[in-house]
Design a protein around this ligand. Sequence first.
Ligand SMILES: *[C@@H]1O[C@H](CO)[C@@H](O)[C@H](O)[C@H]1NC(C)=O
Ligand SMILES: *[C@@H]1O[C@H](CO)[C@@H](O)[C@H](O)[C@H]1NC(C)=O
Ligand SMILES: *[C@@H]1O[C@H](CO)[C@@H](O)[C@H](O)[C@H]1NC(C)=O
Ligand SMILES: *[C@@H]1O[C@H](CO)[C@@H](O)[C@H](O)[C@H]1NC(C)=O
Ligand SMILES: *[C@@H]1O[C@H](CO)[C@@H](O)[C@H](O)[C@H]1NC(C)=O
Ligand SMILES: *[C@@H]1O[C@H](CO)[C@@H](O)[C@H](O)[C@H]1NC(C)=O
Ligand SMILES: *[C@@H]1O[C@H](CO)[C@@H](O)[C@H](O)[C@H]1NC(C)=O
Length: 277
Amino acid sequence: MENPFSYLHSILLLTFFCLYSDTFVGAVEQRFQNCSVSRSCGNQPITFPFYIEEEHNYCGYPGFHLSCSNINNGDPRPTLKLFGDDYIVHNIFYQNQSLIVSNTAFSLPNDTSCFPPLRKLSLTTDFFLTPNQSQVFLLQNCHNFSSDLLKYRIGCSAENDTNSVLALPGNDMNRVAKASEKCGVGSSAVDLAVMKLSGENDHGMKEVLSRGFMLSWVADDCAFCNSTGGKCGFDYPTNQFKCYCPDRPHRRHCDPPAGQSLILFFKKSSPNDHFLC
Ligand SMILES: *[C@@H]1O[C@H](CO)[C@@H](O)[C@H](O)[C@H]1NC(C)=O
Ligand SMILES: *[C@@H]1O[C@H](CO)[C@@H](O)[C@H](O)[C@H]1NC(C)=O
Ligand SMILES: *[C@@H]1O[C@H](CO)[C@@H](O)[C@H](O)[C@H]1NC(C)=O
Ligand SMILES: *[C@@H]1O[C@H](CO)[C@@H](O)[C@H](O)[C@H]1NC(C)=O
Ligand SMILES: *[C@@H]1O[C@H](CO)[C@@H](O)[C@H](O)[C@H]1NC(C)=O
Ligand SMILES: *[C@@H]1O[C@H](CO)[C@@H](O)[C@H](O)[C@H]1NC(C)=O
Ligand SMILES: *[C@@H]1O[C@H](CO)[C@@H](O)[C@H](O)[C@H]1NC(C)=O
């Protein structure tokens, strides 16, 4: 024999808890609305976990801010800051959580300036290198190299514009070591990822580098929230995933479809209390 009063009690408690778990109910719908606006840069749609506008940073994850800029006065392209350096985002594959990026330095117009010293990419916990890609060694500030390596010269070095920057495929480490030694004092070598090198590269190495490499990301799965009509986002005060719904932010997903009674829903999902709000 169940006491109907206990349901009422539960609902009251639940309402109380839910109201107070999110402090300012009025601002909440706005976040749902603001994250519902579809955004893009060039022809690249920008959605969770990425975001563009700083003021709407709650629509994405902290490390996923994109800027939209015209590279070389061309079409607008999203750029991503990784480890302090700017990367052009060529393509975002939301369905398998990966994207293709390249260091902006490789997309600057020919002959305008020499290459600034580049660093090896250090990744944060948000992104990792997709496996099975190739490697290129960048020999920077190189003073001397044999003529057979001339085809790997991609430009001058900003450190000393009489010196060169060479980009050598990483598949012949012996050649890389020899060339690196010959480059002389003040030179430095960094290895960079590129997408799979196809046999002999008829295209110049600068183009190989400008085509970029693939990164994969880890972030909460948006599907559950999305499928209940919510907009995935992030809550800075609690440092957690949020599902922004028409009524208010929820923890994982929006309320059950209208028509399903709250009591039924409550009874059904009571083992997972934390899904309720
Ligand atoms: C939603 O976007 C509008 C327009 O950009 C802005 O004025 C408002 O402050 C935003 N609301 C929130 C909660 O960020
Ligand atoms: C994701 O999908 C795209 C397009 O189908 C594909 O090119 C890419 O290799 C995939 N990425 C991963 C990490 O599997
Ligand atoms: C840069 O040089 C490459 C080959 O040398 C050429 O294909 C490309 O069109 C040039 N780009 C610009 C912007 O001049
Ligand atoms: C990498 O490539 C090899 C051979 O092409 C394949 O056997 C392996 O499964 C690939 N690994 C990943 C993680 O894709
Ligand atoms: C630049 O490199 C050349 C050799 O390639 C050297 O003679 C010169 O002293 C260097 N300049 C500076 C400022 O380091
Ligand atoms: C460059 O290397 C060659 C052969 O290793 C050497 O003979 C030559 O003196 C070097 N040039 C300079 C300027 O160091
Ligand atoms: C969210 O759902 C819409 C359709 O309702 C779909 O087009 C979109 O790809 C989904 N996004 C995610 C991240 O699952």
